[in-house]
Design a protein. Structure first.
Length: 123
């Protein structure tokens, strides 16, 4: 029975590491695409940058207007934004599956710190 629990925890930790790695990879891939887009914008003139900022401000006003007057459109847009963050869900599930691993690392750290304190007291 104990070996089954240990085996299950090991599989759970491996699954957690896999999901965590996949989620981080997908997040960095999305960030890479975003940075490529931003770097193209940053390479333009001051006039282009100010028009980009103006466009962002107008988009914010449009989002506020949609929230106030067209709640269905706002929720649809919010759903689209949340769907784009699905790699973050993989990272969170991976961390949750690895909680026993992190708890073991923390317990080992606490034991090492307590041992070091004990050694300094005796010296």
């Amino acid at each position: 029975m104990v070996t089954q629990q240990t085996s299950f925890r090991r599989v759970e930790s491996l699954l957690g590491v896999s999901l965590l790695a996949l989620g981080v990879f997908c997040l960095f891939t999305n960030v890479d695409a975003l940075m490529a887009s931003v770097s193209r914008t940053a390479g333009h003139t001051q006039e282009d940058a100010s028009s980009t900022l103006l466009g962002l401000a107008l988009a914010g006003l449009h989002a506020t207007q949609a929230y106030a007057f067209d709640h269905e459109q706002f929720m649809s847009a919010l759903h689209g934004i949340l769907v784009s963050f699905w790699p973050l869900a993989l990272v969170l599930v991976g961390v949750l599956l690895m909680r026993d691993f992190f708890a073991g690392c923390y317990a080992a750290y606490k034991a090492r710190v307590a041992l070091e304190k004990e050694e300094t007291v005796h010296d």
